[in-house]
Design a protein around this ligand. Structure first.
Ligand code: CA
Length: 228
């Protein structure tokens, strides 16, 4: 069941919208203030937020920004006047949709469905190719190439590279890399085996394995990928 969070200070409006959404099969949470709404968003991780623009506690725009800093939770903004809609577009807030009061709850339910469908499609469409410098990592085909040259990687080496390159700049400990590359199964090796895999990987994809450009060691912590 998809979870919807309504952040709306007009209690009667929130109540009506809630019952429409519940009848449509959604689980609904309600907050009447911006700041408590953001707390509820944190603790409940809803699938979509219906966010009023003018709120006590914390302005709707600030709530939206705070959410966006952390996640792509779809947001439908609710505004009281048409001018506010213009303001929203001007701010390029990143709301997925907006409705203007007074609205028909039925229409909001339809918008919720549309936005959720769109968001679902997005999360399924992962990037298939990661490009960094001269490197091209194809996650579908499991190939790595630089120009026309293909590198022959073992599955473990490929998984290591895909994990690191999937979050450039993020530092992974050896233990995390073990878990990522062995898909949570019982460890077949010790953390130090990661070093051996990294060494092999570098000898294949790095022009100068002793002075790597892509796979960098973070001393005392682990490894990270640099986009070159
Ligand atoms: Ca309001």
């Amino acid at each position: 069941m998809k979870k919807i969070l309504i952040i709306e200070d007009e209690a009667e409006l929130a109540k009506v919208l809630r019952s429409y959404l519940e009848n449509a099969g959604f689980e609904v949470l309600t907050s009447y203030q911006g700041d408590t709404g953001l707390e509820t968003w944190h603790s409940s991780q809803p699938d979509l937020v219906i966010l009023d623009l003018n709120l006590p506690g914390m302005d709707g725009l600030d709530v939206a920004r705070a959410i966006r800093r952390e996640k792509d939770t779809p947001i439908i903004m609710v505004t009281a006047r048409v001018e506010e809609t213009d303001r929203l577009i001007g701010l390029e807030l990143g709301a997925d949709d907006y409705v203007t009061k007074p609205y028909s709850p039925r229409e909001v339910v339809a918008r919720v469905r549309t936005v959720l469908r769109r968001a679902g499609g997005q999360s399924e469409r992962k990037p298939e190719i990661i490009r960094a410098g001269d490197l091209e990592i194809n996650l579908e085909a499991h190939t790595v190439q630089s120009g026309s040259q293909y590198f022959d990687l073992t599955p473990t080496e490929f998984n290591l590279l895909a994990t690191l390159a999937g979050s450039p700049g993020r530092v992974y400990s050896r233990l995390q890399l073990l878990e990522e590359t062995q898909e949570g199964s019982a460890f077949e090796g010790y953390e130090r085996t990661i070093d051996a895999h990294i060494k092999n990987l570098r000898s294949k994809i790095e022009a100068d394995p002793k002075s790597p450009r892509y796979i960098l060691t973070v001393f005392g912590l682990g490894y990270k990928f640099d986009k070159g």
